[in-house]
Design a protein around this ligand. Structure first.
Ligand SMILES: [Zn+2]
Length: 214
């Protein structure tokens, strides 16, 4: 079977890096910081990394992008965010990337892309709003939501390429269309479920009300 593997990384902005693992092969979701720590974890656990999945290209999700020489997947609309230091936050935080993007194997995806790990499929759900090309990755009953949805909250919409009306649509789409038992794994904070968010998330409630009354 499978388990959710989460590596809490305490950088400037503490974040969750995840490993989607099947039979010791894995995808890394959002290697935010601490390349050595990620490499050490993979070694200790005897994993073989087959790819890196980005929910979006903000600085706190891509700091260790060169941790393994494997394909890096991100939404086609997010490509520009990855390469533009104004849009991805490197300029804002006055940091430099520790790698050259031209040396990395970057592959763009969209909702038609179907990724596989052994016989399991990972589907891509485009959820713009926090950034223009933000996505969620779904495998089984687990949904990796990046910074679109948090336990009791949602992602911020005040950074470059963010769009509040798109974020509202994405959050409503996730909570309305996904089954209540689906477990969400956000880029920051605790995991939750779609059902829990449906009953406690004030942003969802407010936006749903707004949607119904417009
Ligand atoms: Zn973000």
């Amino acid at each position: 079977m499978y388990s959710v593997r989460k590596l809490f990384l305490e950088g400037d902005i503490p974040m969750n890096c995840y490993f989607i693992e099947r039979n010791n092969k894995c995808f890394i979701v959002d290697p935010g910081y601490y390349k050595e720590r990620i490499i050490e974890y993979v070694k200790e656990e005897g994993l073989e990394v087959i790819g890196i999945l980005l929910t979006h290209a903000h600085i706190d999700h891509i700091g260790a992008l060169d941790c393994f020489p494997v394909p890096i997947y991100l939404h086609e609309l997010e490509y520009d965010v990855l390469f533009d230091d104004y849009k991805n936050g490197f300029e804002f935080f006055e940091k430099q990337k520790s790698y050259d993007l031209d040396d990395l194997n970057i592959k763009t995806i969209n909702e038609d892309t179907l990724l596989k790990i052994d016989e399991y499929e990972i589907s891509v759900i485009h959820t713009p709003g926090h950034t223009i090309g933000g996505v969620c990755y779904k495998i089984g009953h687990d949904l990796y939501v990046g910074d679109t949805l948090f336990e009791g909250s949602v992602g911020r919409w005040d950074r470059p390429t963010a769009d509040l009306s798109q974020l509202k649509t994405s959050v409503l789409k996730l909570i309305e269309e996904q089954e209540e038992y689906i477990i969400i794994h956000p880029g920051h904070g605790n995991s939750s479920t779609i059902g829990t968010e449906k009953s406690i998330n004030q942003y969802y409630k407010e936006w749903k009300y707004e949607f119904l009354n417009n």
